[in-house]
Design a protein around this ligand. Structure first.
Ligand SMILES: [Zn+2]
Length: 312
């Protein structure tokens, strides 16, 4: 029997998964991420973790064909990790170091790309030839997967839907240094900014007077009929649906997947985004499904491993 492994290195936890080549998860573990000393022990801890996991799963390390390593930073075309602020890393050969320590071949992948690949392999888009994945968190990430590969493009910006311009009159700046990006409205940060502005303008809401508001609070209040929150959610879903409609004109995927913290709003969000998408999209793409991600925070671990598979 042959196996593949996926390791997702996050700012607080390293998740490890051992899979058969058919995608069955046969063992899983996690260890804390030690970010002291510029994260110099992270790769060693990951390699030790995999050895332990293989032992516990009665798998011979030599039977692991390859190991994928998801990292919270950009991965260059030559496979080097181009810095991870959360881990304290500068330019790092994570895959090379891991290979030396474990004796197994390894490949690094950006964590958002890994999540997209994971959802396409074993999650909401399993079986789809292509999928466009959007994550709604503090920011807005995106990735296009086709034929089992993430299409990252010449500059690594392929799929970065969060930075398409949706408002030419915006005066506030986006994290990318430009103005009017999708991320400024559709992220948790963007929704809260809109809700705060409405509250400050004196619009009535069940959330007024609260010191701390989360994206989930806004969606929950909207579900319960809070007019201010419903307006904010409708606006966000409208903008996102239109952005997906534009995306369909370029890559025309089999399916759209929405992940990240805000996707916890489930059908409430999906139905509103779909409605806006259908209104805005060109006719041939009107029935493309829009679904919520299903692997949660394990998607990256699945996708890191899936780099070793060949898809037809
Ligand atoms: Zn931007």
């Amino acid at each position: 029997m042959r196996y593949i492994a996926g390791i997702d290195i996050g700012g607080t936890t390293i998740k490890l998964g051992l899979f058969t080549l058919y995608g069955m998860l046969i063992g899983m573990d996690s260890v804390p991420t030690d970010i002291s000393d510029k994260g110099s022990r992270i790769i060693r801890d990951a390699a030790d973790g995999l050895k332990k996991l293989a032992d516990a799963s009665s798998v011979d390390l030599d039977d692991i064909e390859g190991v994928g390593i998801g990292v919270p930073g950009p991965v260059r075309t030559d496979g080097l990790v181009n810095g991870c602020v959360n881990l304290g890393w500068g330019l790092t050969d994570a895959a090379g170091e891991f290979s030396l320590l474990s004796g197994r071949p390894a490949k690094a992948i950006n964590d958002a790309n890994a999540a997209a690949l994971g959802e396409t392999w074993r999650g909401s888009a399993a079986g789809a030839a292509s999928a466009f994945f959007v994550t709604l968190g503090t920011g807005v990430g995106g990735a296009f997967v086709s034929g089992g590969k993430v299409i990252t493009g010449t500059n690594g910006a392929g799929g970065e839907i969060g930075h398409i311009t949706v408002n030419r009159t915006e005066t506030a700046y986006c994290s990318c240094g430009r103005r009017g990006c999708l991320e400024q409205y559709v992220s948790a940060t963007g929704i809260l900014r809109a809700v705060r502005a409405a509250l400050d303008a004196g619009e009535p809401s069940n959330l007024s007077g609260l010191q701390k508001i989360t994206g989930k609070d806004v969606f929950d209040a909207a579900k319960n009929g809070d007019a201010l929150c419903l307006k904010a959610v409708d606006n966000v879903c409208g903008i996102l649906g239109e952005a997906l409609a534009m995306t369909a004109c370029i890559v025309d995927p089999d399916i759209f997947i929405i992940g990240g913290g805000l996707s916890g709003a489930g059908d409430f969000l999906i139905e509103k985004v779909t409605e806006s998408y259908k209104e805005a999209v060109m006719y041939p793409c009107r029935d493309t499904p829009i679904v919520a991600a299903s692997l949660g925070n394990e998607a990256g671990m699945y996708g890191a491993a899936a780099q070793w598979l060949k898809f037809d």
